[in-house]
Design a protein around this ligand. Structure first.
Ligand SMILES: [Mg+2]
Length: 437
């Protein structure tokens, strides 16, 4: 009726999965700059009337304060706690450091949230030794390099690893062998199972099942009758520690490129730059979609004799907008000098990625002119809006005016003059289209 009773696949018993989860992450980051608050009730929460708790120290948790609780309720429960406004930029910075440490252990890494990740270390064991040693090393490195504390659960799948890390907190490390799954889970209240919601827990409670052990005794068909076919089957698996989901690694592209072959070989610099501009926007859209920032831009130019040159330059500030990518691409193109013959193809590539929100330093340009930085932000926002429209209506929905006209916009040129006064001639040159013949 309800299908075959689920069983753990033999092949998945031998996997070694870790769940790394920072302890009270936001609070931990705040305490780095406020060591006098260590050991006290600390709550990171918004201060608005409808704001909620983002993180609470274990001392505040002891009073019942928890994540997602309205701040007003937290203040009733813990009136003497120290309430701190979240500083998201800092959390992202530390999150990135932590993920870098985890990424150095294995590329089989699935980041689940800002402070949590699964690692499939099955393949890393031969290189790095037994899993407990790997986990100890990860915990030590995170604390040494960030001052923060991570708890780690190790088991044969994601569900068990997550249950193990939760059980080990705070400042813990717990290995649950896959063969021990049922014993490990049996004493837990049903609602503690990762993936079991309140509604399911209530139905089970009403049916007389309060512990996972009790559910383990229940026949498969009974669970399906009580909870529905899918939810019943799912719970049957969970309470036995069966979970076949793989660690899904985000394949981070090393570079993102786009090329354009002209319908006729051309030596019209305006046409070539127009293509570079279009390609720059295409590439920038992908950079933003991947939430990256490119610290390098390269161009490729192939002439009518199939002779190809590539040039690359590093960007001091990461690029996310088509304008920034184009600025670098156009300069690389200009630096090639006069065209010896007609051009068949051009390409633009962005490379050397970093996470999008990695603390962006103001360059000397920006410090000299705040106006420029605002301009920058506006551009980013304008292009993000374009991404939304693009996603909805496709490429024909919206393009920068420059692309429609096939010329370089005066606004762009002004900006280039402003940010780099020593090269005002560039601006002039591009606007008119330099003669290269
Ligand atoms: Mg956490």
């Amino acid at each position: 009726m309800g299908g075959a009773v689920p069983r753990q696949r033999e092949s998945s018993r031998d996997r070694v999965i870790m769940h790394v989860d920072m302890d009270a992450f936001f609070v931990g980051v705040e305490l780095l700059t406020r060591p006098e608050l260590v050991g006290r009730q600390v709550v990171v929460a918004g201060s608005g009337p409808r704001s909620v708790v983002l993180s609470a120290s274990y001392e505040a948790r002891a009073l019942g304060v928890g994540s997602a609780m309205p701040t007003t309720k937290a203040r009733q429960l813990a009136p003497h706690a120290v309430y701190i406004d979240p500083s998201h930029g800092q959390y992202r910075k530390y999150s990135q450091k932590i993920m870098e440490i985890l990424g150095s252990v294995t590329d089989q890494l699935e980041q689940v949230s800002v402070d949590e990740a699964f690692l499939d270390v099955t393949g890393a064991i031969r290189r790095l030794g037994p899993p407990v040693g790997i986990a100890r090393d990860i915990r030590r490195r995170i604390t040494e390099e960030t001052g923060l504390v991570a708890s780690i659960g190790i088991s044969s799948n994601k569900f068990l690893a997550k249950m193990a890390s939760t059980g080990s907190k705070p400042d813990g490390l717990w290995l649950v062998p896959g063969s021990m799954a049922e014993q490990f889970l049996a004493p837990l209240p049903v609602r503690k199972l990762w993936g079991v919601g309140e509604k399911t827990a209530r139905i089970l409670h009403d049916a007389g099942f309060d512990t996972v052990g009790a559910v383990q005794e229940a026949p498969y068909s009974l669970l399906q009758r009580r909870l529905g076919k899918a939810a019943g089957a799912h719970l049957y698996e969970l309470c036995r520690g069966i979970d076949e989901r793989p660690v899904v690694t985000e394949r981070v592209e090393k570079s993102m490129g786009a090329e354009h072959t002209f319908s006729y070989d051309t030596d019209d610099v305006r046409e070539i730059k127009s293509a570079l501009l279009q390609l720059s926007h295409d590439v920038a859209r992908r950079i933003r979609a991947a939430e990256r920032r490119a610290y390098g831009v390269a161009i490729k130019v192939r002439d009518e004799n199939f002779h190809t040159v590539s040039r690359a330059r590093a960007l001091e500030q990461g690029a996310t907008t088509g304008r920034e990518v184009y600025e670098a691409a156009a300069r690389l193109f200009d630096d090639l000098g006069p065209l010896p013959c007609r051009i068949r193809l051009v390409g633009v590539r962005a490379e050397r990625f970093d996470a999008h929100d990695a603390g962006r330093q103001l360059s000397l340009w920006d410090q000299a002119s705040e106006d420029t930085f605002v301009h920058e932000a506006e551009w980013g926002q304008a292009e993000s809006t374009m991404d939304l429209i693009w996603a909805k209506f496709g490429p024909s929905g919206l393009r920068p005016a420059t692309l429609l006209e096939g010329t370089i916009s005066p606004r762009y040129e002004r900006k280039q003059e402003k940010v780099d006064g020593s090269r005002t001639s560039d601006g002039q040159e591009s606007e008119e289209g330099p003669s290269r013949q």
